[in-house]
Design a protein around this ligand. Structure first.
Ligand code: LHQ
Length: 261
């Protein structure tokens, strides 16, 4: 699929999605939601992709829903259906992708753009980046999974504060709160996030994917259920080429050559 609103590039085991409507701080219109979802789907199917990076072109990561675009559709449109058919498919695609997703947060992540940033597994933020739940400014509630992701990540009080103040949370505070893994100088973000991604792209992809599945599932599990699920999927990981290779490499005192299988 040729994309109009994003750039999708594959190289060195990494699929890089760049949201590319910089004139509107990469606000999501319907096409951008569909294209981003499609790129994550392609990354899932492509064995050559072992890690995905999502970032934004220009000075923003994403300002969320394109409000002009939404307004133009008039009164008839159901927000519920828009969310179900659009953002929900995107967020589910990101979370169910059994490969690490690195969010290279280059600037503001607002509204649904913040939801997309939170659906990444690891976030590396530029020191000029910020996060903002812009929703209450326009009389809406957070969506795109934010009510699920954010209290789990930073606790209820901070998440609720972000929702009802709609204040920008700058990268340094986001790091302190546990929303991001690292803050880096803005001009070094592409290089540093690519280095994280390349590291994951030569790792044991199957184990990374199963870990993501187990951790996400654990939110809704009792300890007993989580232990049982670990035992089940550890059985899958233990049958992988990378498990055999990892043990051989350790015993032979050499670096492991993981293939992702
Ligand atoms: C934009 C946008 C934008 C269009 C900047 N749309 N043009 C789901 C379902 C259905 C409906 C509603 O929503 C949702 C989920 C959501 O995402 S709700 C939240 C939607 N997002 C917002 O409310 C954020 C709106 N944007 C802003 O408040 C500011 O632009 C922020 C704080 C993000 C950045 O401020 P500045 O750095 O001062 O930039 P700016 O405001 O000057 O924006 C630059 C340009 O981008 C500007 O266009 P212009 O032609 O004047 O240069 C903006 O109009 C445009 N833009 N966000 N969401």
């Amino acid at each position: 699929m040729a994309y109009e609103t994003i750039i999708y590039e594959v190289g060195d085991g990494v699929g890089t999605i760049t949201l590319n409507r910089p004139g509107k701080l990469n606000a999501f219109n319907d096409l951008m939601i569909d294209e981003t979802t499609d790129a994550f789907k392609s990354a899932g199917r492509d064995a050559a992709v072992r890690c995905v990076v999502i970032t934004g072109a220009g000075r923003g990561f994403s300002s969320g829903q394109d409000l002009g675009d939404f307004q133009e559709r008039g009164e008839g449109i159901s927000i519920g259906e828009h969310l179900r058919h659009g953002y929900h498919r995107l967020i589910r695609q990101m979370v169910s992708l059994e490969k690490p997703v690195v969010g290279a947060i280059n600037g503001i992540a607002a509204g649904a753009g913040c939801g997309v940033a939170l659906a990444a597994d690891i976030r590396i933020a530029a020191d000029s980046a910020s996060f903002m739940l812009a929703f209450s400014r326009i009389g809406l509630i957070p969506d795109s999974g934010i009510n699920w992701f954010l209290p789990r990540l930073i606790g209820y009080a901070r998440a609720y504060e972000m929702a009802i103040t709609a204040d920008r949370v700058p990268a340094g505070k986001a790091l302190e709160w546990g929303m991001v893994n690292q803050v880096v100088p803005t001009d070094q973000l592409p290089e540093i996030s690519a280095a994280w991604a390349r590291r994951f792209a030569v790792g044991p992809t199957l184990a990374y994917g199963l870990t993501k599945r187990a951790m996400n599932r654990s939110w809704d599990s009792t300890l007993d259920e989580a232990l049982e699920y670990e035992a089940h999927i550890q059985g899958i990981a233990a049958r992988s080429h990378d498990n055999r290779e990892g043990i051989s490499a350790f015993l032979e005192k050499r670096d492991a050559q993981f293939t992702g299988r």
